[in-house]
Ligand binder design. Structure first.
Ligand code: CA
Length: 362
């Protein structure tokens, strides 16, 4: 036992005994279990080791859990493919092969289409708004209810802020230029573009640059200036479009639900607080590093905004996609209803506060 663990245990045990004055053995035992038991958790991610912002973010999360618990909560972070392949972290945690994972919620829409909404919506809520919906607008309750069916307990584990629309080899002047265009774009954004004539393609991160450079694909989206620049996309495509399809993607720290329930309330509180801290930090880190990277990209690439006719068609296509998904799944319909209720509540206030102010500020 480490010195601090010993001291905590001893101090708490002594206090409990002083308060209770009797049932010595029982009280001491229960307090010991709650406060001093060292817990080790295995957490797998969908990112390479120390991947900028996402990977380093989860590294810091684990450090903070150790720090805040005085070392009694020891979360070991495993980068992708060490314990389990990147996109099998959900199943492995669900089956209790590992205790937890850090990933993007949009990866799991094959499990339940409703999960894509928890990850963010094209032309929808920003990161700040998504977090507000999840925490105050009923989103978390639905997310936890639906994840419980997979024996999982989710927490918001970071967010990207607004993402860019992607890199294109040719300029997009109207929606007609999208016909037959091969683009790497996942999720609901890909589904919307498919209805506009794009051929959406899924590629592992390691293959995107080469595919774009060789012309196997005509376009790709990734994240934003900072992470896109690390990929070197500016060397393979000259047009960089502003975003619409991932205005506030949510990442997750998700634990096996039985493992979560067995943790002491102290460890649960520490994990919750560290995940909140990680989310706030990640949003600010993305903002800061994207601002710097954008400055470096200016003059190297042409920053473009998609034409109005394309965005008008994208809005129509999105409405169709949401209607179709709602018909196919009651869960999707229910989560969408909650999401839309919050969006409608939020919009008038956002219009006269943030939106209005940004226009005034210019
Ligand atoms: Ca993206």
């Amino acid at each position: 036992m480490k010195r601090r663990d010993f001291m905590t245990t001893t101090a708490i045990g002594a206090t409990a005994l002083a308060i209770s004055g009797c049932h010595r053995g029982e009280d001491k035992k229960s307090i010991n279990i709650n406060r001093a038991k060292k817990v080790k958790l295995k957490l797998a991610t969908s990112w390479p080791a120390h991947f900028p912002i996402m990977g380093t973010g989860v590294d810091s999360f684990a450090d903070r859990c150790r720090e805040l618990s005085g070392g009694s909560l020891d979360i070991k972070v495993y980068p992708k493919n060490i314990l389990v392949p990147a996109l099998q972290v959900f199943d492995a945690t669900s089956a209790a092969q590992i205790d937890a994972f850090h990933s993007g919620v949009y990866y799991w829409k094959g499990k339940n289409s409703a999960f894509s909404i928890f990850g963010g919506m094209p032309l929808g809520l920003t990161s700040e708004e998504m977090i507000t919906w999840l925490k105050f607008g009923g989103g978390y309750e639905l997310w936890r209810e639906l994840y419980a069916k997979f024996d999982l307990y989710p927490l918001i584990g970071g967010t990207t802020g607004p993402q860019m629309g992607g890199w294109f080899k040719k300029e997009i002047k109207s929606v007609d230029d999208l016909q037959g265009l091969k683009m790497r774009i996942p999720g609901l954004g890909g589904e919307v573009l498919k209805r506009l004539g794009v051929n959406p393609i899924l590629l592992p991160a390691g293959e995107i640059y080469t595919s774009l450079e060789r012309g196997t694909i005509d376009a790709t989206e990734w994240v934003g200036p900072y992470l896109d620049k690390i990929m070197g996309f500016e060397k393979a495509a000259p047009y960089y479009y502003t975003g619409w399809h991932e205005p506030g993607s949510i990442l997750e720290i998700t634990l096996n639900r039985h493992r979560w329930n067995k943790l002491s309330s102290e460890h649960q509180a520490i994990i919750t607080a560290a995940a909140e801290e990680m989310t706030g930090n990640m949003l600010c880190e993305f903002r800061y590093k994207n601002a710097i990277a954008l400055q470096e990209l200016k003059g190297v690439v042409e920053i473009k905004t998609f034409p109005d006719d394309m965005m008008a068609k994208a809005k129509e296509a999105l409405a169709d996609v949401l209607q179709d998904e709602s018909k196919k799944s009651d869960d999707f319909k229910r989560v969408l209803k909650s999401y839309e209720a919050f969006s409608n509540l939020n919009k008038p206030w956002d219009d006269i506060s943030t939106k209005n102010f940004l226009e005034i500020r210019g």
